[in-house]
Design a binder for this molecule. Structure first.
Ligand SMILES: [Zn+2]
Length: 551
């Protein structure tokens, strides 16, 4: 008998033992291919899943003529559909996504002129907005690939206009916003840049810490509530059942907690607190937070910027900007002290590190300060020197947390930044996974990338952009198998949040979170993956999206 059958019968015994005649399920999902992981492979059990109080009560394999299914108040016939553990995004900006959905959409603009005309349309359609915000521009997609300059925004509005680059690591602001913030040609800040014209005046482009110089009205609470609800609806429609928000302010965390308590927000979130010395002190006093829907016991740090805006900290200069190594957001000493403090609190430290120099420094700091099984995370781990990879894993279980669609978004220009020699160290997901002991939490970084978790599955396995290029895939030696990628989007993401005993698998006692498709993600043609519609999404035993009722 195969090992997985033993495992399955063990599971069954547990469920039968806990399932006397007095038990009644709330709902049973009938006739499904139920995905089960075994090591790095995935197999299906055909049968039924009974759910009670939001959790999995039993998994009953189908047997001809027999019916061991606990009686349930309700049942749903899935007619042979494929039931996966609910997808989790291990690195995203949940509130940021909702805010982006309510601002000028600059994704995919093919020129700065196109961005400006989209801003113009938005201003005409939204006279109520006090601040015009936009997001998604990427100068790498424009002719000449030059940073924009804000002259074209003059006269569009007498309100502040602030447009974020796709990665959030640069903005272009109009003169109204600059003047309100007292930013001029002499403004300067560590870890940031205020770009200037030849005449010494700012172009409006502010990179990394320079964004913090902006002083325009904050987003109001009703706008933030709308953003959270919009983000939730988008996530559910694409099969996401939980999200790790990679950095929120305490007031946003409190707002989420309140909306969840009120039952308005139902999506489970694992939220990292945006670090600052004040935030660390505050949460040291408050202590960790854990409800059925919200967990807070980690901090998000930034050690460098992004590759696209040449903020990623490299060990050797940029190939396309000599004598430039990127921007350290925090000093080594600051990170070292912070790591000591986070370790003392018993919290998890999650640090954005893109460049090989940032990864090197942070891995050394983690090795020195992380507690055993601390699961401290390097977010992105985009360019990691080969000799640094083995600093992942170990007794401290240091984790790389990666976003496969970054590889396919960046692959066409990353070589210009890095040069061919450094490319094998970039987006090396299979290598990182091996180094971390076979665990690789996957995410999207939405709204930097699209929310759709199937794009992650496709990018991780096919290593192609959505238009199918390059035909043979990008650096395929670092492709993941479909089962590895699905595990990264479920079990490994849960593991990175210490939730692998409650989420990320379809097992007795786990939360009844499911992502359901009519087709088999393991076996369908690769090119069908990105457009596969989600049939149903379930969270805590409740159907939160169905393609038949939500269309
Ligand atoms: Zn992020």
């Amino acid at each position: 008998m195969k090992a997985h059958l033993y495992a399955f019968f063990a599971l069954l015994l547990v469920s039968i033992a806990g399932c006397g005649p007095a038990f009644l399920a709330d709902v049973t999902l009938m006739n499904a291919h139920i995905a089960q992981f075994e090591g790095d492979s995935l197999y299906y059990v055909y049968g039924h899943v009974a759910v009670r109080d939001g959790k999995i009560l039993s998994i009953v394999p189908y047997r001809e003529g027999e019916n061991d299914v606990p009686s349930a108040e309700d049942s749903v016939d899935l007619q042979g559909a494929y039931l996966y553990p609910g997808f989790i995004d291990a690195h995203a900006h949940f509130l940021g996504q909702g805010l982006a959905m309510n601002s000028v959409n600059l994704w995919g603009a093919k020129s700065w002129e196109e961005c400006v005309s989209r801003v113009e349309v938005f201003i005409a359609e939204h006279p109520e907005k006090e601040v015009i915000r936009g997001r998604g521009w990427d100068q790498n997609d424009w002719p000449g690939a030059q940073y924009p300059s804000n002259e074209a925004l003059v006269g569009l509005s007498n309100k502040p206009i602030v447009l974020s680059r796709i990665d959030g690591h640069a903005v272009v602001a109009n003169n109204v916003a600059l003047e309100l913030s007292y930013i001029d040609g002499t403004s300067h800040i560590e870890g940031g840049e205020v770009l200037l014209r030849p005449d010494g005046q700012p172009t409006g482009v502010l990179i990394d810490n320079a964004e913090g110089l902006l002083n325009v009205a904050q987003v109001s609470e009703p706008e933030r509530i709308q953003a959270l609800l919009d983000a939730q609806a988008r996530c559910y429609s694409l099969g996401l059942t939980s999200v790790h928000d990679a950095g929120l302010a305490t007031e946003d965390i409190d707002l989420i907690d309140r909306l969840q308590q009120e039952g308005r927000l139902t999506i489970p979130l694992y939220v990292m607190v945006s670090e600052s010395p004040e935030a660390i002190q505050l949460w040291k006093t408050r202590g960790p937070l854990k409800t059925n829907l919200l967990e807070v016991h980690s901090f998000k740090f930034y050690s460098d910027g992004a590759l696209g805006s040449r903020g990623a900290l490299l060990r050797q200069p940029y190939q396309d900007r000599h004598d430039h190594y990127g921007l350290p957001i925090r000093t080594y000493d600051y990170m070292q002290n912070a790591a000591g403090e986070v370790a003392l609190m018993g919290w998890q430290m999650n640090t954005h590190a893109i460049g090989d120099s940032a990864n090197h420094s942070m891995l050394k700091i983690y090795r020195r300060h992380a507690p055993a099984a601390g699961r401290w995370r390097i977010e992105h781990a985009q360019i990691v020197s080969a000799e640094d990879r083995n600093l992942f894993g170990g007794p401290q279980e240091i984790l790389p947390s990666v976003q496969p669609s970054h590889a396919t978004s960046d692959m066409d220009w990353a070589v210009e930044r890095l040069g061919a020699q450094r490319m094998p160290n970039a987006y090396a997901y299979a290598e990182l996974r091996k180094a971390a002991g076979g665990v690789l939490p996957l995410g999207t970084d939405f709204p930097v990338e699209e929310v759709n978790p199937l794009y992650t599955l496709y990018a991780a396995t096919a290593r192609k952009a959505l238009d199918g290029h390059p035909a043979s895939g990008f650096q395929m030696e670092n492709a993941l198998s479909r089962a590895q990628a699905l595990k990264g989007m479920t079990h490994d993401a849960a593991y990175a949040a210490f939730q692998e005993e409650e989420l990320g698998a379809i097992k007795f006692g786990y939360w009844a979170n499911f992502t359901i498709f009519t087709k088999d993600l393991m076996d369908c043609p690769m090119e069908d993956i990105p457009t596969m519609p989600v049939q149903q999404t379930w969270v805590h035993g409740v159907s939160v999206y169905s393609s038949t009722t939500n269309n």
